[in-house]
Design a protein around this ligand. Structure first.
Ligand SMILES: [Ca+2]
Length: 404
């Protein structure tokens, strides 16, 4: 756009758009997408996360649920990966929602070689967030002996572990953890600010608070309260399966997996309470014993588990699904028609949707790739250039591209 329109011409077009009210991107129909096999000669075992190292090396890392992280070949026709990290022997994966679930590179990875992982362990059943460092003599190998355990969160049940860890633009580590599992959050964990279950946390990996192996940022919402954990950034969340920061606006987008009726996308803000188990999506659910300090925050969008339910939602043109997978706001350069679009999908139905948001409300939403229940959407991913991918749980990595 910059090269095509001079400043004056751009202002002229803008004035015309305002006058006609039809030219904004929000009014344009959303583009249909297709999946392109990004590494056609590779197949993975339950891939759950992919990320490019922020060190200028161009290396893209992929995480497998059983406990392995590999480096993908730069040649996308390549058939060999380099094994970077392996904790499979720790048996971190015992049941479906357990395992090595998340990883994040320290923003200064290039200088300090530090990265973070989230994994499940047994006896006692718990989630672990640890720091590791790259081996001194080999940039393509993690030093397993360098592990520094930051957090251990005891889990009452095997599912709803969350497990997404991402650094924010503020350099702090954000961690999602589910409500602890089972149906209806039976222990009312997501509303209970004294537990780290059912929330998004924010910690500082570079400092220490008291005897903790990490720092609790002073501007976290519950700092200084006796009846709440200072690590919590937002709560009332059932099981955030994938969250991401919009690299342009810094907003934190999350997919919060629903139970029986509604899946939702949330914009996570400081101190926000997203309602679970008192609410599912925009709808009342169960009683909670906790009185929220502020009103519950509604989702950005919701979709139903069965088509007939859609009429009960203001998003009544949204197709259905069973388990949301949060994605990314597209900020890449390759596909201008996708710019600013938040992409998300359904793990079980394999549908991909997109929405546009003006900072306050959804201005457009649509199905971009039709359902295909054979293809389970484990996660989306973003490379260093902001290009977006989808990880198929069956083992393939797809690039998302406009269909025409
Ligand atoms: Ca909610």
């Amino acid at each position: 756009m910059k090269s095509i329109l001079s400043g004056r011409a751009a202002r002229g077009v803008l004035a015309l758009c305002v006058a006609l009210s039809v030219c904004s991107s929000s009014a344009a129909p959303l583009p249909k997408l297709k999946l392109a096999n990004a590494w056609p000669n590779l197949k993975f075992k339950r891939p759950l996360w992919m990320e490019q190292a922020p060190d200028g090396s161009g290396r893209i890392f992929l995480l497998e649920q059983q406990g392995r992280i590999v480096i993908l070949p730069k040649d996308r026709q390549g058939a060999e990966v380099a094994e970077f990290f392996d904790i499979v022997s720790r048996k971190t994966y015992a049941q479906d929602e357990e395992g090595l679930l998340g990883m994040a590179f320290h923003p200064k990875f290039k200088e300090n070689g530090k990265f973070y992982v989230f994994y499940s362990m047994q006896d006692p059943m718990r989630s672990v967030v640890s720091e590791f460092t790259v081996a001194k003599d080999n940039p393509n190998k993690a030093d397993l002996a360098s592990e520094r355990v930051l957090l251990q969160i005891v889990r009452p049940f095997w599912n709803h572990d969350g497990g997404c860890i991402v650094f924010g633009p503020d350099g702090k580590l954000y961690i999602s953890h589910g409500d602890g599992g089972k149906r209806d959050d039976p222990l009312d964990n997501a509303q209970n600010p004294t537990t780290l279950l059912g929330c998004v946390m924010r910690i500082d990996v570079d400092t220490r608070t008291g005897v903790l192996p990490y720092g609790i940022p002073k501007d976290n919402p519950f700092v200084g309260r006796e009846d709440a954990r200072g690590e919590i950034w937002a709560n009332g969340l059932r099981n955030v399966w994938r969250m991401s920061f919009d690299r342009e606006t810094g907003q934190l987008w999350a997919g919060d997996v629903g139970q029986d009726k509604w899946e939702e996308i949330d914009l996570i803000v400081k101190g926000g309470n997203y309602g679970w188990r008192a609410r599912e999506g925009f709808h009342p659910w169960l009683k909670t014993t906790f009185v929220p300090a502020q009103p519950y925050i509604d989702p950005v969008i919701e979709y139903p588990h069965v088509p007939g339910l859609a009429t009960e939602s203001k998003f009544n043109k949204h197709s259905h699904g069973l388990s949301v997978t949060g994605g990314y706001v597209y900020r890449g350069k390759k596909h201008p028609s996708l710019r600013g679009l938040y992409l998300y999908g359904d793990y079980k139905q394999g549908t991909v949707w997109g929405l546009r948001h003006d900072g306050k409300t959804v201005t457009a939403y649509d199905e971009l790739i039709a359902a295909n229940p054979i293809r389970l959407i484990a996660s989306f991913a973003e490379d260093g250039d902001g290009e977006v991918y989808m990880l198929g749980f069956e083992g393939k990595i797809f690039a998302l591209e406009p269909a025409k």
